[in-house]
Design a protein around this ligand. Structure first.
Ligand code: MG
Length: 454
């Protein structure tokens, strides 16, 4: 990424290069212009050292358009989202680059509910920013600035309210948690204490100096896996830098994969109450098996957290999430939330008396393959048509074309879609065996090659 990315998910760039305080200030002005003078915004940031400067610049921009700004300081993404809703603000801003390495930072804009902007509003904001035509006010109409330091406390209270604290605390679980010196450090230590867990906390200070690449994937979590093994812990958890995503390590120190965060939480929640689940098109079909066993449905939305949340709200779902370690519990906050995910996994273990690896074994497992390959401009529609045609003989096939093409077969699926940001396409498949998944990817790759003549 060598340019500033301005997408429906927000702004992301390299600090001091593509993302500077003047640019951040302009985005503050643009968001303030969109909301209008007299409105209010909650702003918070992850622990990156570039955070305070960028937060101040955005705040200045908002104040100059007559918008009142409340800072919640360093807080997780779900924490800022929760405060945006609790303080009845007209919008929210998070200064975070989520799981991106330390040289990055970003700006995410929120609706009053705490959920990211709709695609429509995000494009409106981008247009205002590009035009640079900001509705600044004169000095006596400037917005007011205030501070609220209760985000962590309020978030933890709401997580505790949806779980059985006594059931979890009675087990006195030993937990290893890697908070990557990110925004989740303080609140997650507090949560573990209230849940009666014995916490071995790695990278536990919100210094923003990441001990490893903050994306919670296997290659970045060797320290966590070793610590779980060496300490005899019941479970290991890893948060990303803004603590919305969670990855899990079992009691043997084995990384179980990010797909299991939603799967385990869904299995737990559906054992208590029935309802449908919303997720995106590339999330593992483990969730379909879990929902089917409880007589519930899975609604599949296009990739992107905001799309999943829209599907959750429209479908009146009791839970939502994404395969990349993102659980969304609308009873707490309508965004991905690693804190609720940790509490649910611990309660599931406590109530069943089954180890983490045992709970994983109860869920039918699949192999998911993800590939990306060049895609000439304009070719994707032809590739999709040819793929649809090629699979039309499959009597069991179900087709979803809301985001590229996904074909659900009996016990497996394959998908192809173009990237929004690069001239590539992603071909993915998931099946009960590696052989079957590889065959599905190879089939679609072959169809694409025939279409593009490559
Ligand atoms: Mg994140």
């Amino acid at each position: 990424m060598d340019r500033l990315m301005v997408t429906v998910s927000g702004v992301r760039g390299i600090v001091g290069s593509t993302l500077t305080p003047p640019i951040a200030r302009d985005f503050g002005c643009a968001f303030g212009t969109m909301l209008g003078a007299g409105k209010s915004v909650v702003i918070g940031r992850d622990s990156r050292q570039s955070g305070p400067e960028l937060q101040q610049a955005i705040t200045d921009g908002l104040l100059s358009t007559g918008v009142n700004v409340t800072s919640v300081g360093i807080a997780s993404t779900p924490g800022v989202a929760l405060m945006t809703s609790k303080l009845s603000a007209d919008g929210g801003v998070i200064v975070t680059a989520s799981h991106n390495p330390i040289q990055y930072n970003g700006i995410k804009f929120l609706q009053p509910t705490g959920t990211g902007l709709t695609a429509e509003d995000a494009m409106k904001l981008k247009a205002i920013w590009e035009a640079g035509d900001f509705a600044t006010v004169d000095q006596n109409a400037r917005g007011a600035e205030s501070q609220d330091d209760t985000a962590e406390q309020k978030h933890i209270e709401d997580v505790l309210a949806v779980c059985d604290v006594d059931a979890i605390a009675s087990k006195r679980f030993k937990v290893v948690l890697d908070s990557i010196n990110g925004a989740g450090c303080i609140a997650s230590a507090d949560l573990m204490e209230k849940l009666g867990c014995e916490l071995v906390h790695l990278n536990a200070g919100p210094t923003g100096v990441f001990a490893h690449n903050p994306e919670p994937v296997e290659e970045n979590l060797t320290e966590l896996c070793d610590a779980v093994r060496n300490s005899g812990a019941a479970v290991g958890f890893a948060q990303d830098a803004d603590a919305d995503r969670l990855a899990i390590v079992d009691e043997n120190g084995r990384f179980i994969g990010e797909e299991y965060t939603l799967a385990l939480a869904a299995a737990f929640v559906l054992s208590k109450r029935k309802g449908d689940i919303a997720t995106n098109l590339s999330t593992s079909r483990m969730i379909d098996d879990i929902a089917a066993a409880a007589d519930c449905k899975v609604l599949r939305a296009p990739t992107g957290e905001a799309n999943v949340i829209s599907a959750m709200i429209e479908g009146n779902c009791i839970l939502a999430g994404e395969g990349g370690g993102g659980l969304i519990e609308p009873l707490v906050v309508p965004v991905r939330d690693s804190f609720t995910a940790m509490a649910y996994v611990l309660q599931y273990m406590a109530e069943t008396g089954i180890s983490l690896s045992g709970l994983v074994d109860k869920i039918p497992s699949y192999v998911m393959l993800k590939t990306k390959q060049p895609c000439p401009e304009g070719a994707i529609e032809k590739i999709i048509d040819a793929t649809r045609e090629a699979f039309s003989y499959e009597l069991e096939a179900r087709v979803n074309d809301s985001d590229g093409l996904r074909i659900d077969l009996d016990g497996a699926w394959v998908s192809v879609r173009a990237s929004n940001t690069e001239p590539i396409m992603r071909i993915m498949a998931e099946a009960p065996s590696n052989e079957k998944a590889e065959a599905l990817v190879a089939e679609v790759t072959g169809i694409a090659a025939a279409v593009t003549g490559s």
